[in-house]
Design a protein around this ligand. Structure first.
Ligand code: MN
Length: 404
């Protein structure tokens, strides 16, 4: 039996309003304001080009329960395009676009299967391979109870079983906990793939069978950092391949500038421009948090007669008109630890850190680097990484103790 191929995405949040962005030139704001649509179009173009067997969209297609007219029109148009190319779409609605909201209704073409509030199955036949896709839509905003018992246990293993679930792990309290589940409960269903949504940070909860959060397709604020996208999945009884495809129209991230031994304002400005230019080359249009590190006694004089706001304004002005845009949303100052009096306690911890060798650091970081799903997304630990980590830890320690 040949393998099937599908795109797994979630949390499109079309027409997200991007609140909390101030002071941008109009065209920059427009670029950000339309980024959810741009990211979505990237997916649709890719689908038309590559012709996967189907698309899965696991909740929060729309940002608001009133499903803005513009978002619906764009979504409807995209679905029509896929209809013309015979690409089915199976979708569920999540907490943001639950079925109990009030909205002006657009009818979707017949290639689109909208999962109802009751957990249901959509059966597809892909070149002789039967595929069962299970899932449900949120009947209301707050679905707090576990829905996992409503998913049938797969018995016929000739069929490929895929679960769609917009929700979060019982233990994950970083988000509103909706439709909670445990990894064990998902595995007990004996499905070949779990297509999750709701958590906007991309993560693999389990490798084989894959339990996957693709993350959202476009960051919506500074806490959603890094490149966003979806998974291009090739699945058969015997094998699984996951390919992450970036879609961010605007990347949110952090840029650092080392201010050690800096004397002059133009020096700082030049360093900032260089760092932002590198960021622009690497990520294209972006919204950045600019961190000024190692502000020692020399560099701190740069902030004696100019406020942080004045600096922010000056840096923004220097960037104006350069394409693709690199909007500095926030300027964060990090005072060098040399400016702090270490207390006896922080000094002893800092000294202890200096004594750790590479294997000690590996041991400390093992949860991260040995993480079944996550490890392959991070580069191996280098000597330099360790130095940076140690320095940051010492700086944080000194800062925090000083503050308390
Ligand atoms: Mn969401």
């Amino acid at each position: 039996m040949s393998a099937i191929r599908f795109f797994h995405m979630a949390d499109l949040h079309l027409d997200s309003p991007f609140k909390g962005l101030f002071g941008l030139p109009e065209h920059n704001f427009k670029k950000i304001r339309t980024s959810t649509f741009e990211a979505f179009n990237t997916i649709i173009d890719k689908a038309i080009q590559e012709k996967p067997d189907f698309l899965l969209i696991v909740g929060d297609i729309y940002d608001g329960e009133n499903r803005s007219l513009q978002a619906q029109r764009r979504f409807q148009e995209a679905m029509e395009k896929l209809f013309q190319h015979n690409i089915p779409v199976i979708l569920s609605y999540g907490n943001h676009d639950h079925l109990n909201g009030s909205w002006t209704r657009f009818a979707l073409p017949s290639n689109v299967y909208e999962l109802p509030a009751e957990t249901s199955v959509v059966q597809l036949n892909i070149r002789g391979q039967q595929v069962n896709i299970y899932g449900f839509s949120y009947s209301e905003r707050h679905v707090k109870e576990s829905k996992i018992e409503s998913y049938p246990i797969a018995s016929d293993q000739h069929v490929l079983h895929i679960g769609m679930l917009h929700g979060s792990e019982f233990s994950d309290t970083t988000h509103a906990v909706y439709a909670p589940f445990t990894k064990e409960q998902l595995l007990e269903r004996h499905y070949h793939y779990w297509a999750l949504g709701h958590i906007h940070k991309r993560q693999l909860l389990h490798q084989n069978p894959p339990i996957v959060y693709p993350g959202n397709i476009q960051s919506r604020h500074r806490k959603e950092q890094g490149i966003k996208g979806f998974y291009d999945v090739t699945l058969s009884q015997a094998s699984i391949e996951l390919d992450f495809i970036p879609t961010s129209a605007v990347v949110y991230n952090t840029v650092e500038v080392d201010c050690k031994n800096m004397f002059h304002a133009n020096e700082l400005l030049k360093k900032c421009e260089e760092a932002l230019s590198l960021n622009r080359q690497a990520y294209g249009a972006s919204v950045v948090e600019l961190h000024l590190k190692n502000i020692d006694e020399h560099a701190s004089s740069l902030f004696e007669h100019a406020t942080v706001d004045a600096w922010l304004e000056t840096i923004r002005e220097a960037e104006e008109g350069i394409e693709p845009m690199c909007w500095v949303q926030k300027l964060v100052l990090h005072t060098s630890s040399t400016l702090y009096e270490h207390t006896a306690a922080t000094k002893s911890v800092a000294n202890l850190m200096e004594q750790w060798d590479i294997s000690a650091w590996k041991d400390i970081l093992k949860d991260l680097y040995q993480h079944a799903g996550g490890a392959r997304f991070i580069d191996p630990l280098t000597e330099q990484d360790i130095k940076a980590l140690m320095h940051n830890a010492q700086e944080l320690l000194a800062e925090e103790i000083q503050r308390t």
